[in-house]
Write a protein that binds this ligand. Sequence first.
Ligand SMILES: [Zn+2]
Length: 462
Amino acid sequence: MKIYFQNSLSRKKEEFKPIKKNKVGLYTCGPTVYDYPHIGNLSAYVIWDVLKRFLLSQGYQVKHIMNLTDVGHLVSDADEGEDKIETAKRREKKTAWEVADYFIEVFQKNIAELNILSPTKFLRATDTIKEQIDFAKVLDEKGYLYKTSDGMYFDTSKIADYGRLANLAEVEQQEGARVAKNPEKKNANDFAVWKFSPQNSQRDMEWDSPWGKGFPGWHLECSVMSRMELGDTFDIHTGGVDHMTVHHPNEMAQSEAFTGKLQANYWLHNQHLRYEGGKMSKSAGVFIKLSDLEEKKYSPMSFRYFILQNNYRKPHNFSWQALSAAQAGLKNILRSIAFFDQAKAKASKEFLAEFYTALADDFNTARALSVLQKVLESKLEDKVKLATVLKMDEVLGFDLESLRKRFLDLPEEAKILLKEREVARENKDWARADQLRDKLVAWQVEVQDTSAGQKAIYNWLE
Ligand SMILES: [Zn+2]
C-alpha cells in the first residue's frame, strides 16, 4: 500500500519511500523533564504512536528513538533565560538530577497509561555528553562555531538554506526580523551549541569541555542521538509545530554541517491542543495533567479517542464536553462489542482495506475511526465484527480487548443482585425485577434482557 505524508520540508503530500526496504528510522523529540507533562504535550505522543503502529501494521520494522531533555533547555527556546531544570530544582527543592529522574518516571508512566508503545530506545541528554562534545568539536573544526562570553554559538549564516523548514526568511519578513537579545550573536538565529556555567554559581549539571566548563545547548542532543542510533540520514522526524521555527531548523543545521547530508527525509509536525482557543501552558494558567482527567473519572483511553477524532495537522480544541463526548463514543464501541462471540474469526478484508487507506492518506485517524463505526453498524456476523475491530485496534491502540473484559467483570455485589433478579424473572415478579435493575444501576451495572436470559455489563466508564 502506498503511504502519503504531508512533508513539512517540501510543504507537499509525498509518497513515503523508506531508505531501507521494509525498515523505518523514526525520531521523535521527547519532553523536557522539568515538570508534569500537560495533556497538550501528551497528545503529540498519542499521534506519533498511531503513526508508528500504522507503519508496523504495514509490515515495517520501526526503530524509534526518543530523547529525554534533562539539561540545556533554557526558559526560552531561543537560548535566553535559565535552564528549565535549574528553575525546577528551586521550585521542587531537589537537585537537578532528582528533578529529572522524577519527571522521567512521570512521563513514562503517563505514556504507558495512554497505551503508547515505548520507543525502541529512550536516550537522556546527560547520558550522551561525551558524544555531544565530540560532535560539537567537529562543528568547531569545520568553522561553524564562534565564542561569546556565555557560550559557543552556531553561525547560521554558514548554512545556505537555514530555516527552510519553516520558510523562516518569509516568516521573519512578515513579522519583522527577530531582534537578537544577545548582542554578541552574529545573526539573530544563531544558537548555543555549548553554554558556559555561570561564574558566580555552581550548577548541579556541568561538564568540562574544550571550550570551558558548561553544558550542551538543547538542540545538540537531537542531532547527536538521531545520528548515533539512526545514521546520518533517517526516514521520519516528528515533533510539535512550534519546533518548526527554532528547534528543528537548528537540529537540521548542525546535522547538515556535520554530515553534509539531510538529517531526515520526512518532517511531520503536529498542531497543538488548545484550550478555549488559546495555548495550553502553565504560564497561561492552563495546565491539565493526565491525573486531572482520571480524577474526574475520564479514562486515559477516552482522551486517546478524543485526540484521534482530529486530524493531527489541524488545531484541536480541548473542552470537558468534548472529552465527555469522546468517552461516550468509546463506551458505545465497548457496549457494541461487549457480548460478541469470542470464537476466532477472520477480519473483514474490505473494511480493513478502507481503514488502512484512510491511514495511508497522511494518517487520517478521524476517517479511520469512522470506518470502525461502519463495521459496528454493518451486517457482518458479530464475531467478524469483533475480529475486524480488534485488528483495527492494533493501530488505534485503545486496547479494546482488555477494556471489553473490564466491562464484563462485574462487581461481586452486582452478581448477587443479578442472581436475585433471575429468580424474580423466573417467578414473573416483574416489579421486583425492575427494582433490582435500578439497584444495579447504582453499581454502574446495565442489564439487558435477551432471549438467552439477562446480560449485564459493568459500565466503569461512567
Ligand atoms: Zn529535538
